[in-house]
Ligand binder design. Structure first.
Ligand code: 6LW
Length: 510
């Protein structure tokens, strides 16, 4: 399945990284761009993407992929975990700073190859606040700037703080949640880019500048320099961005946004996604962010497409590809592609998707209309195919050793079996979830999409056991910072999956 929007006839499509990929941070080394996102309760943590044209991105790894790098207890709530990283290249190395809000607090990693391996974490107990940024000034001082907006110098080798934190700027008076700071030296100024207004419909980006990395800062008179609040733009909640300069001197911004669907108030189901827009500079030296739309004028250089994640995985490799994510941790004895070669073996820990310890392997839903399928062997256990928002919001189609297949829905405090079937004979079964637009009908209460759960016969016939309104698996209903993830789980015993396929129903669904 193509991960990124195409580049056709001088245009590209936004988002450039669809699906739950929020809080993007980007850096460039030569002709290569590297981008990272938040990962919250999922393991491995902090996906790393590579691109040579800013439009086509390929996931090349994860920063936190060893148990010692990400220590999320089962008590870490969904939408806890790992927030808002910053990636920078300095002194021949890549530097990554992020916050594990559930366990380690602010942490710093380094790597010579951004695909990994990344170092063990350097803990930063003296650095308070989420959304840490890293910047080095001319004399080599390393500044960490975080939500609030406050700043402290550190020794990045040891994590020691140097001096006391200082408050830099509170953003626009009256706007909530000044956060997501990034500092850049451009010309004679230090620019401080922040997000404000909260990560919901009021979100935006504002900027200030000053003579030094610690200010004093004067706000841009045109703030917010990016916001879609109160507009009828298809892309909403735009904010939390990071600037990057291309080799030809042009400037760009990656930022998060959402695509709400359905009637009012609108529900977004893919989480906060990564978008791209051009940046120019005004005559008096302020960044001007171009309008962000689903179809954008392409950058003036040749497209360099990269493969997106394969639509189908036969689990033939000894390791799962980097886009596969589990919940909080991924113990080898619970998730394996080598135990029965060519199959993904999941061994149950938690008894259902309600349980934070459930054994799960999934990938982000990246298209609004898609079809997920998996061939499951329930001979030694009970498990299934799930569309997950969090422990309290998920739909699943589940098979048991006795040939029973059940569709299950959990919405807030309610859990219900919404469809059931007894297969004529027990054995491997193809479970399927089709996700797509609701029926055409003007209704202001209409949900964003419909999730159909069922069983696919060998001849391709789809027996639907349940058809469910997708709004209950949206951020507006579930709350939090993530988006839908579709995957396989084990609820009892040992469950084996021969293959998993996630296909876009149509590419224009972007
Ligand atoms: C992140 C904050 C935000 O730390 O949401 O949209 C928080 N911005 O900057 C979680 O992603």
């Amino acid at each position: 399945m193509a991960a990124a929007g195409g580049w056709a006839g001088g245009t590209f499509s936004n988002p450039v990284i669809p699906g739950f990929h929020p809080d993007p941070s980007v850096c460039r080394v030569g002709e290569d761009y590297y981008l990272v996102c938040s990962s919250f309760e999922y393991f491995p943590g902090v996906p790393v993407f590579h691109s040579r044209d800013l439009v086509h991105w390929e996931q090349i790894g994860n920063v936190m992929e060893r148990p010692g790098q990400l220590r999320l207890p089962d008590t870490a709530p969904s939408s806890g975990g790992v927030y808002a990283p910053t990636i920078r290249h300095h002194d021949g190395r890549f530097w990554l700073i992020t916050t594990d809000v559930s366990h380690d607090g602010n942490v710093l990693f380094t790597a010579t190859d951004p695909a990994g391996p990344w170092s063990d974490p350097v803990l930063l107990p003296g650095v308070k606040g989420i959304d840490p940024d890293l910047a080095w000034d001319e004399d080599g001082t390393c500044w960490v700037t975080s939500a609030g907006i406050s700043q402290i110098a550190i020794d990045p080798g040891t994590g020691q703080t140097l001096g006391a934190p200082r408050r830099l700027w509170s953003g626009t008076p009256g706007a909530k949640a000044p956060e997501a700071p990034h500092l850049y030296r451009v010309g004679g100024y230090w620019y401080l880019l922040i997000a404000e207004g909260g990560t919901e419909r009021g979100h935006g980006i504002s900027v200030a500048r000053g003579p030094a990395p610690y200010g004093p800062f004067e706000p841009c008179p045109a703030n917010p320099v990016l916001s879609h609040r109160s507009t009828d733009q298809a892309i909403q909640n735009t904010g939390h961005g990071d600037l990057v300069q291309a080799p030809d001197g042009s400037w760009w911004i990656v930022f998060l946004g959402v695509r709400p669907g359905g009637g009012t108030p609108g529900w977004h189901v893919l989480g906060r996604e990564t978008f791209l827009a051009p940046v120019t500079w005004s005559a008096d030296g302020w960044p001007v962010i171009g309008e962000a739309t689903p179809v954008m004028a392409a950058p003036p250089w040749p497209p360099r497409p990269v493969p997106g994640p394969a639509a189908r995985d036969d689990f033939d490799a000894a390791r799962l590809a980097p886009h596969w994510i589990s919940l909080r941790s991924r113990p080898q004895e619970a998730v394996s592609t080598t135990e029965r070669p060519g199959w993904l073996t999941l061994r149950a820990r938690g008894a259902s998707l309600d349980d934070p310890a459930v054994t799960f392997a999934g990938r982000r839903q990246q298209h609004r209309a898609c079809r997920a399928r998996t061939l499951l062997d329930p001979a030694a256990g009970r498990g299934g195919l799930a569309v997950r928002l969090d422990e309290r919001h998920h739909y699943a189609i589940e098979a048991a050793p006795d040939g029973t297949v059940r569709a299950e829905a959990r919405i807030g405090p309610l859990r219900q079996t919404v469809g059931e079937l007894r297969l004529p004979e027990a054995g491997p079964v193809t479970l399927r979830a089709d996700i797509g637009g609701p029926p055409e009908a003007w209704d202001p209460r209409q949900g964003p999409d419909v999730v159909r759960l069922g069983v696919e016969e060998p001849d391709g016939v789809f027996t639907v056991l349940a058809e469910l309104d997708g709004r209950y698996l949206s951020t507006e209903v579930a709350g939090g910072f993530t988006g839908r993830v579709i995957g396989m789980y084990a609820a009892e015993g040992t469950v084996r999956f021969d293959w998993f396929a996630l296909e876009a129903e149509k590419d224009d669904a972007l």
